[in-house]
Every structure is written in C-alpha cells, then in structure tokens.
Design a protein around this ligand. Structure first.
Ligand code: ATP
Ligand code: LTN
Length: 345
C-alpha cells in the first residue's frame, strides 16, 4: 500500500479507513470466516484497510509460547489465503506495533471498572476459565479500543459477538474527546447482514468458536472435504424433517445460513431448493458446498505457510508502515494528556 493517503479512483476523495483483527487462538472457523474474514477482502477496493493478528489479546487465555508463535504465523497466512491483498491493505502482527499497548494504558484511565464488568465476553471467558481470571481478560476491550482508535478507523468489520466491544470503544473515544478535546474519530461497526453469528454444530444456541474443545462443533477453514461432510452429517438438528427456517430449529437455521452464504443464495432460495428433501440429503449438500467454497483458501494457505521468508517480509513491511501511522496519533494523545515531550529517539 502506498504511503500517501489513499484516494478512490472515481471521486478523488480520501478513502475511509477500515480496521479489524483476529486472535491467533487456532485455525479460523467457518464462523470467523463467514462473520468476519471473508468480508474483509471485498472491502479493499473501496476502503483503506488495516488488518492484524491480535496476539496481545490471545494471551488473555493461557497459551504455550511455542504454540502462540506458530499459530500467529498460521493465522497471518490464513488471512492472506482468505483474499487479503498486500498491494491494497496492511496486514500486521499486533505485538510488533508497541503503540497499541501504549495507547491502551492511557485509555484505561478513561474507562470505568463498572463498564468493563458488564462485558459479556469477560463474563463468558471467566466462567470458562475460572482458574485464570486475569487483569488482561478484564482489560481486553480497552486494548481493542486502542487498536481501533490509534488508526482513526471509520469502520470496524466484525461478527455480531463484538458489538458490545465496539460500543465501549465508542464510549471511551467520546469520553476522551470531551475531556482533552477532539482527538479520536468515533468508529462504526460493520456487521454482515447474513451470517454475523454462525452457531456451534453441536450446540446450535452457542456461537461457533475457535477455542471449542469439541472438534465436531466447529468447521475449520482448512478441514478437508470428508471431514467437513462428516461434521455436517453429525450436526445437531431438531426432531422434525422439513428444511425450513423457523423458530426453535436452531440447528437447521444455522445450516441454512451457512449454505446460503457460501452459495450466494438467499435463505428463501435455499429453502426452496430442499423442499421435500430430508435432513440427511440437506446436510451432505451443505458439507459439499462448504468444502467447494473453501478449497481455494486451503490451497493458497498450503502455498503460503511453506514460505516463511515471504511471510516475514510481509509482516515486517506492513508493520513498519502501521507503526509509522499509529505513532502520529500516539504523540498527539501524549501531548493532550500532558506528558512532557520526549526527545528520546
Ligand atoms: P476464541 O474462541 O479464541 O474466543 P473466536 O472464534 O471467538 O475466538 P475471534 O478471534 O475472537 O474468534 O474473532 C475473530 C472475528 O470472527 C471477530 O470479528 C468475530 O466477531 C468473528 N466471529 C467469531 N466467531 C464467530 C461466529 N461464530 N460467527 C460469526 N462471526 C464470528
Ligand atoms: N476482540 C476481537 C479481536 C480484535 C479486534 C480488534 C477486532 C482485537 N482488536 C480491533 C476489531 C478491531 C475479536 O474478534 N474477538
């Protein structure tokens, strides 16, 4: 991406800025893909895009150092394989850009304890890991706010589970602006109309999650065709037999959503297609459609992950530019809060 401010070809106006991140906590699930990552590629022509691997966020849950390092590189390659083009966007690794953590400290002091206590992700993850309710888990949304605000992002494409975190980022930005004067842009969420929340295949009232310990509950974007079809066949559904989208049919609704997003059909069109057919036929068709859709991603990933030198060159080049851009806003923030200007270089 050029160092100049990007402009749209037609209007000559400054492009709006998009920012989003994903944690390197495992191979991306179909939920991450449909709810977030697959939407990031198509945004690149219209927007100036910044995407990153949220490894600072990933250590809020216990993870072995070697595993984190490996998963971070794998996540980086997965992002590129999902259609992010480094000619158009910056893709970097969060921990390599120190400004995020620096801003996060300042923002902590504009965030209330009560606000963070109300975050549902904090409550869910505390319940899941009662032996490790660390301060980082509590503070997670403030670091996320810093990620967004330090680039003056206009739009943040995420799945529906991140709505509450986006809202607190907006609250923190407004509060800081009120106290210290106009500094941050107030970001907007960008949540896809269909597939914003893909559910677990085994417990369709819970979201599909990378860190789920039951492999049958999640489809990974690198799963092979047989595995995907097997997981779809085992998906929990209700005791009925009609493929329709209706209340109480969480499992079927989820499969219909998945099928529609990967085939580009509406829910109505999908329902029509399976009229008079049983769950068995439907489940296999869903599995096949997913596998066909993901095949190019899997192939591109295999090519990228084999070339560590190329990946390193990419995250270093993008990270250098991300640091340059974010340092400007951090200096402004430091000035506004009253820190003595540093001459240390
Ligand atoms: P973890 O299990 O480690 O908490 P996760 O699978 O929830 O991870 P994140 O890295 O927290 O994934 O999220 C990355 C992006 O994927 C976010 O934009 C999030 O909103 C989106 N996302 C995660 N799970 C789903 C889902 N089931 N459906 C739709 N979008 C999702
Ligand atoms: N919390 C996010 C990951 C994330 C993020 C961000 C997303 C960290 N920082 C900034 C958008 C913008 C999640 O997806 N669970």
């Amino acid at each position: 991406m050029s160092e100049q401010v990007q402009q749209t070809a037609e209007t000559g106006q400054k492009k709006k800025r998009i920012l989003s991140g994903i944690q390197p906590t495992g191979t991306f699930t179909l939920g991450n893909y449909i709810g977030a990552v697959r939407n990031w590629g198509p945004l690149q022509d219209e927007y100036e895009c910044f995407y990153f691997i949220a490894d600072l966020h990933a250590i809020t849950v216990a993870i072995e150092p070697a595993e984190l390092r490996r998963k971070s590189l794998e996540a980086y390659a997965q992002l590129l394989a999902c259609g992010i083009d480094l000619e158009k966007s910056l893709v970097f690794i969060q921990s390599q850009i120190p400004t995020h953590a620096q801003l996060s400290w300042v923002l902590n002091c504009s965030t209330q304890f009560g606000e963070l206590s109300r975050m549902t992700q904090f409550k869910d993850k505390s319940a899941k890991h009662p032996d490790n309710i660390n301060a980082g888990l509590f503070d997670y949304p403030v670091l996320m706010a810093a990620d967004i605000l330090i680039y003056n992002a206009d739009l943040v494409p995420v799945g529906a589970d991140q709505t509450q975190h986006l809202e607190i980022a907006r609250t923190i930005a407004r509060r800081f602006n009120q106290r210290y004067g106009e500094t941050f842009k107030i970001p907007e969420g960008y949540i896809p109309p269909l597939g914003a929340k893909i559910m677990s295949l085994q417990e369709p009232t819970k979201k599909m999650s990378k860190s789920d310990t039951n492999p049958n509950a999640v489809i990974l974007i690198l799963d092979d065709k047989d595995t995907i079809i097997r997981k779809c066949k085992r998906a929990v559904t209700d005791s009925g037999s009609e493929v329709v989208y209706a209340e109480g049919k969480d499992g079927i609704n989820n499969l219909l959503t998945i099928y529609s997003t990967v085939t580009g059909r509406t829910i109505e069109e999908s329902v029509k297609e399976f009229e008079g057919q049983g769950y068995g036929t439907f489940k296999v068709a869903v599995g096949e459609a997913i596998a066909d859709h993901l095949r190019p991603v899997r192939e591109e990933y295999a090519r990228l992950i084999a070339d560590k030198a190329y990946l390193k060159e990419c995250y270093t080049r993008c990270g250098t530019e991300a640091l340059r851009q974010s340092s400007r806003l951090l200096s402004k923030v430091y000035r506004k809060v009253g820190f003595v200007q540093s001459e240390i270089r």
